[in-house]
Ligand binder design. Structure first.
Ligand SMILES: O=C[C@H](O)[C@H](O)[C@H](O)COP(=O)(O)O
Length: 233
């Protein structure tokens, strides 16, 4: 799926910067990926210049580049037992705060980073809030070896998997894998679908982030809404 990273920049900036308020002195931070989190990283860079001390683990090479640009000190998983907080974007958020992620191809590293954090904050614009996941084609990371067979196995779960391309070249993830974008008619039970996909040989990870989110910050025409886990929107 081709994403438009320039869309809704004002809302993205608003929520991205708002999320930075959750980062306090001394925290270790999971640095998510995407054009919304870009604004969080920029803001965090300013906060660091003003004296706050934090360090983070980046969830993609692109984020690592931005962190370096904004002077955010980076650490590795082995340096800490957990992260205090992670801030990440999403492509869809459902009413249970389950997510579809990976439109930018960073789903595997994002899941590793987000899972390591005690609190996960998601930043999105209103257009990404849905009753049920599935309108956005679900990204699934698969190993290149024998990928056509893996894609056929995935198709049997009720979708048409499309190999992600970057212009005329196959898109390669930061982990050297491929992504198939899977358009399901709907995803009424994301946890079940995630488990079914994970059982398939060749599947590395899915873009379904189940039961991981603590807070969603949503940007809309009327400003920002903060939704906390167990509260409906
Ligand atoms: O692989 C990409 C990530 O899951 C992003 O966090 C997600 O696609 C949202 O990105 P954006 O904030 O640019 O819409």
């Amino acid at each position: 799926m081709k994403k438009n990273f320039e869309e809704n920049q004002d809302q993205k900036r608003l929520v991205g910067e708002k999320a930075a308020e959750y980062i306090k002195d001394g925290m270790t931070v999971g640095l998510g990926s995407g054009s919304t989190v870009y604004w969080t990283l920029r803001k965090l860079g300013e906060m660091i210049q003003q004296g706050i001390k934090v360090s983070g683990i980046p969830s993609s090479k692109r984020t690592e580049g931005w962190a370096n640009e904004f002077g955010i000190p980076l650490i590795d998983f082995k340096d800490v037992d957990y992260l205090d907080i992670a801030i990440d974007g999403a492509d869809e958020v459902d009413t249970n705060l389950n997510l579809s992620k990976g439109g930018g191809g960073s789903l595997l590293r994002e899941k590793l980073v987000d899972d390591y954090a005690r609190k996960l904050i998601i930043v999105v614009d209103q257009s990404k809030m849905v009753n049920e996941l599935g309108r956005f084609s679900l990204p699934v990371e698969i190993v290149p070896f024998g990928w056509e067979v893996t894609a056929e196995r995935i198709a049997k779960l009720g979708c048409v998997p499309k190999l992600r391309m970057n212009e005329n070249e196959i898109f390669i993830t930061n982990n050297g894998n491929y992504i198939v974008d899977c358009q399901f008619k709907s995803i009424p039970n994301p946890a079940e679908l995630h488990n079914q996909l994970k059982l398939l040989l060749g599947v590395v990870e899915t873009g379904l982030f189940i039961n991981m989110t603590d807070v969603v910050i949503v940007g809309g025409d009327n400003g920002i809404r903060v939704i906390e886990k167990n509260k409906t929107f």
